[in-house]
Design a protein around this ligand. Structure first.
Ligand code: ATP
Ligand code: MG
Length: 249
């Protein structure tokens, strides 16, 4: 049965999508059966994998229009995983489902019949705390939090921990925090301070494989490839492959 994990940070641009894509595809290369779900209306993960390809149905149709989940799963040979694409229509879901009973657990229910087919299901969340992010959390056993260490990183972590607390109190579900991933790492004093605080103040696990700031990541995005295929010897490719092993528990 798949473990469902959300990649989340309400702070934008901290490499949630980059981490989802490259961890998922590193796991796939390591022989795991992986499903990646794009749950962001910006659809960055969908575009990174499939370019401008249009899909008749996306996760939006599963959530709002009762589409069958099997009809929206796409295979990516290049990345080695199955993926459910997103689309911009997802941005209107909060309003559309405002009066829907049990709206926080739609995704959880839809994933139940397919979860046995995968070793892990990874969800790439949007930076906003909307209904889709709540659905991701309610479907997940755990979260992983990418941070790009700088002065405001701790604010992002505080917001997430608050959200988890609200879900525990309001919806009676406890989501676990697996740990924090350091992305776009550069060896600077502030970075070390932030990492120290994440450990000491919030008592969170920080993964030991930091992902370096590396141009190969951007290049791989443009070529619609995982970084380990695009530039296998690059520091980012090696870091993501090691991180994928470290994350697999
Ligand atoms: N290790 C890295 N080295 C260089 N560039 C990176 C690295 N990781 C991510 N980037 C770049 O940083 C930008 C933001 O990354 P990404 O889209 O993954 O962040 P995000 O958290 O998903 O953003 P959003 O909050 O908008 O969903 C992208 O242009 C990406 O290519
Ligand atoms: Mg993203």
């Amino acid at each position: 049965m798949a473990t469902i994990v959300s990649v989340i940070n309400q702070k934008g641009g901290v490499a949630k999508t980059t981490t989802s894509l490259n961890v998922a595809s590193s796991w796939a290369k390591q022989g795991k059966r992986i499903l990646l779900i794009d749950l962001d209306p910006q659809s960055s993960a969908t575009k990174a994998v499939f370019g401008d390809q249009e899909f008749e149905k996306t996760i939006y149709d599963v959530i709002v229009n009762q589409a069958q989940i099997d009809d929206v799963i796409q295979k990516s040979e290049t990345f080695g995983f199955d993926m459910i694409p997103a689309e911009i229509m997802l941005s209107g879901v909060d309003m559309q489902l405002a009066a829907h009973f049990g709206r926080e657990q739609i995704l959880k229910r839809k994933l139940e019949p397919i979860a046995h087919r995968y070793d892990s299901i990874l969800i790439d969340c949007s930076p906003s705390l909307g209904l889709m992010t709540i659905n991701a959390l309610m479907a997940s056993k755990d979260i992983i939090i990418p941070i790009c260490p700088e002065y405001f990183s701790l604010k992002g972590i505080e917001l997430i921990l608050n959200t988890l607390q609200n879900i525990r109190v309001g919806l009676g579900y406890k989501v676990g925090v697996r740990g924090v991933i350091i992305t776009r790492f550069r060896d600077r004093r502030i970075v070390k301070d932030v990492i120290h605080q994440v450990r000491e103040k919030y008592d969170l696990h920080v993964y030991s494989n930091y992902i370096p700031d590396n141009i190969a990541v951007e290049e791989a995005h443009h070529c619609h490839k995982p970084v380990h295929t695009h530039a296998p010897r690059s520091p980012a490719a090696q870091a993501y492959m090691s991180l994928a092993s470290e994350l697999w528990i």
